[in-house]
Ligand binder design. Structure first.
Ligand code: FAD
Length: 423
């Protein structure tokens, strides 16, 4: 049962809202977290394929760089609460963690749900209630300076007053988890600017049937470059995967922000996959020559087997138009060159990207210019706070986005706690 007036209201029980709830706790203040879904942290529960990549081991500067230029905004929040603070925090809440490849931390149990449950337990201990299925449908301010929230719970609509409010409604990605961008319209009603939003960390769609034929294949230690006609925009080394309709995996997701921006500005986008980045053209040619002379009686398919994962062999045969039964001593210089080029510059045309339904994060959001980075308070509306993905900051994959939500949630919570107001 909701009260009619709270000191502090947090809208959204994702990682940012849960953290803000714990940190805003002040025995003198009444507080509530309002969550429209039937469960808290639905997105958090499915994060990292249900394992939750909590944070990353990187040092502060490298970490900030993962958010591009906007990373600067997070510097103060991270100075207050960063990766190891988070790990200690979770440990104290009974969630031990482990370090994996790429500096990524996960719960030792491999269960994202353990984190959500630990926050729920902590909030119960602090007697900070979470109102479930409590959908905030309107937020305004009355003449006395109180925030007025319209909250729909089933068929009932209630009006609440609050002295301070934190918006932690997330972005637009995976809307089935509850993140449907309502935080943006709430911010807009107070005059906040919303920087154009777009799906980010999103799989891309490619032309033809190449992806479909290689579907499920994961390539490690390869390099992907993005091209606009003959101009190379950027390049990244790492791991990617073929899907039924295109490409995904860590480097594709990271490059997707650039790809989406290029597609949105009607640019022609193609990518080239370098399957042998450790060898330049000259060294690769020497290797091919060696293979051809040392195994001259074997056939072309056998050579491809020594160079490629099984799923790419038939594709290479078709794209190169070389008879797979042809003996290696019959392979011409021109055919060898075609093979080398395909190994170094495997081409794919990017024709689109998946929708918000498959976007790990949303780029854009509440303008950073209008939020105080040392408190997370709105510069336009006193005692209105923001934390998490609703803010115009988004990072690469690797635990960076959750850290941003937790650190900004921590800072917003602490700032609200320190507003020593009596209701
Ligand atoms: C599939 C997937 C995997 C991911 N894996 C990782 C990972 O391993 N590591 C990582 O760092 N990041 C990961 N992310 C990104 C990360 O989960 C998000 O950046 C993070 O959850 C954002 O936290 P948030 O609290 O700001 O928002 P959200 O988690 O989106 O939570 C917002 C909450 O607000 C509620 N809400 C919205 N509107 C209202 C309203 N009007 N009234 C009441 N409640 C409302 C929603 O129901 C939701 O519970 C992943 C994302 C996805 C989709």
């Amino acid at each position: 049962m909701l009260e009619s007036h709270y000191h502090t209201v947090i809208i959204g029980a994702g990682p940012a809202g849960l953290m803000a709830g714990v940190e805003a706790f002040n025995p003198k203040h009444s507080i509530v977290i309002l969550e429209k879904m039937h469960k808290t942290g639905i997105k958090l529960r499915i994060s990292g394929k249900g394992r939750c990549n909590i944070t990353n081991e990187e040092d502060m500067q490298s970490f900030l760089n993962r958010f591009g230029k906007k990373g600067r905004f997070l510097k103060y929040a991270f100075s207050q609460f960063f990766n190891h603070d988070l790990l200690n925090y979770l440990n104290e809440m009974g969630v031990p963690t482990k370090l994996e490849r790429g500096g990524r931390y996960f719960p030792q149990s491999d269960r994202a749900t353990d984190i959500v449950e630990a926050f729920e337990k902590k909030l119960r201990e602090l007697k900070v209630p979470i109102a479930m299925k409590a959908h905030v449908t309107g937020l305004s301010r009355n003449n006395e300076g109180h925030f007025v929230l319209m909250v729909k719970q089933g068929a009932h609509e209630t009006q609440l007053l609050a002295d301070q409010v934190c918006i932690t409604c997330g972005g637009l990605g995976y809307p089935a988890t509850g993140s449907t961008g309502e935080g943006y319209s709430m911010a807009q009603t107070f005059g906040h600017t919303i920087v154009d939003t777009a799906p980010s960390l999103v799989p891309v769609l490619t032309a033809g049937d190449i992806a479909k034929r290689a579907q499920g294949l994961s390539l490690r230690n390869i390099s992907v470059s993005i091209w606009n006609d003959n101009k190379k925009e950027t390049e990244m080394f790492g791991e990617m995967m073929f899907t039924r309709k295109g490409l995904t995996g860590p480097i594709i997701l990271t490059l997707s922000e650039t790809l989406v921006a290029m597609l949105d500005s009607q640019k022609k986008v193609h990518i080239k996959i370098d399957l042998k980045p450790a060898l330049d053209h000259k060294k690769l040619d020497q290797r091919l020559l060696r293979e051809l002379s040392e195994n001259s009686k074997q056939n072309f398919r056998r050579l491809l087997k020594s160079l490629l994962p099984i799923k790419l062999i038939d594709l290479f045969v078709d794209l190169l138009e070389i008879d797979p039964e042809k003996k290696l001593h019959q392979i011409t210089g021109e055919e060898r060159k075609r093979l080398r080029m395909l190994l170094k510059e495997f081409p794919m045309d990017v024709i689109g990207h998946d929708s918000y339904d498959h976007a790990i994060v949303t780029s854009g959001g509440v303008s950073l210019k209008e939020i105080d980075p040392t408190t997370m308070e709105s510069k336009l509306v006193p005692r209105l706070y923001f934390a998490g993905e609703v803010i115009d900051v988004n990072g690469e994959t690797g635990g960076y986005n959750l850290t941003s939500s937790w650190s900004t949630g921590f800072l917003a919570g602490r700032s609200m706690r320190n507003h020593d107001l009596e209701v």
